[in-house]
Design a protein around this ligand. Sequence first.
Ligand SMILES: Cc1cc2nc3c(=O)[nH]c(=O)nc-3n(C[C@H](O)[C@H](O)[C@H](O)COP(=O)(O)OP(=O)(O)OC[C@H]3O[C@@H](n4cnc5c(N)ncnc54)[C@H](O)[C@@H]3O)c2cc1C
Ligand code: FES
Length: 291
Amino acid sequence: MKLMGLISTPPGMRTDAIETTATVVEQVRMARDTYRLRLRCPDVAKRIVPGQFFMVRPSTGSDPLLGRPFALYDVFEENGALAGIDFGYLVVGKLTSEMSRWQPGDMVRIWGPLGNGFPTPPPGRLIMVGGGIGQTPFLAVSREASGARRYGRPARTISANAERLTLLYGVRSREYLAGLDDFRRDGLTIRLSTDDGSEGHHGYVTELLDEEIASDPPAAVYCCGPEPMMHAVSERCERACVPCWLSLESPMACGFGACFSCVVKVKTGDGWDYRRSCVEGPVFRADELVL
Ligand SMILES: Cc1cc2nc3c(=O)[nH]c(=O)nc-3n(C[C@H](O)[C@H](O)[C@H](O)COP(=O)(O)OP(=O)(O)OC[C@H]3O[C@@H](n4cnc5c(N)ncnc54)[C@H](O)[C@@H]3O)c2cc1C
Ligand code: FES
């Protein structure tokens, strides 16, 4: 189904997004109920930047009718050229259950890259806070910030920051920890927390953030995860005067600015107004949001 053919381009929609058919290259189990799906789609891989997302749906049929949004985990190369994208997903419902049965060679429809993505990190220390499957955008963020890879067309320029990158990653239990080997590849500092104490700090990831802010205040915090965690991270950053960006996981129906199902409240000069998370986000400055 070609959604784009049915409507005119909504205001603010990124014009470099494309709708295309992608081939499943591999499906790898990362953790409990968590998989990494690799899709061959060179045109999307060349355009996408960390924190952007794409909509995914089966290539045939109309069930589910709507695509679902997934953040970039990383791009991959074949024969020295960008060949496609990886994303990590947690099985929670209809499409993610179906996705876990997709096999190499299967065809899927994707649409992207969508949304704004994270800004290029400022000079100085960057702390990334991921809760649950919310860690997925931070592989590409950290690879870009450490200078291991460049993203976008034209490729974004950043000042490499490798020794000053920290990932704080919290999950319910150790069996949900996903992608640690990928994150360790570029030498960032990783601190873990689990709700049940089965790995790392026994407690919330925000307690690790408190320690890090007190001992070595960062230049910025990037955060993605469950809403209560993002509220808590945002409050802590505000108290410490640390700039904080949140990647929101608002449910999305269209992904390209037409349906307004994803709106969030942002502060304006005289109060607040709505912004579409799929176009003006999903990444927002925490102090601009009405949380
Ligand atoms: C910008 C963005 C990036 C995302 N990136 C990732 C990612 O990298 N990996 C990943 O696993 N997930 C990601 N998500 C969430 C993912 O889109 C949902 O898990 C997915 O839509 C679920 O589809 P489903 O058909 O399996 O579940 P459904 O059958 O549609 O729903 C199953 C259950 O999950 C709830 N649900 C669905 N979507 C959301 C949501 N966004 N927030 C809260 N509850 C929800 C439903 O209310 C329902 O209870 C992202 C979401 C957004 C908006
Ligand atoms: S999901 Fe339709 S406007 Fe954002």
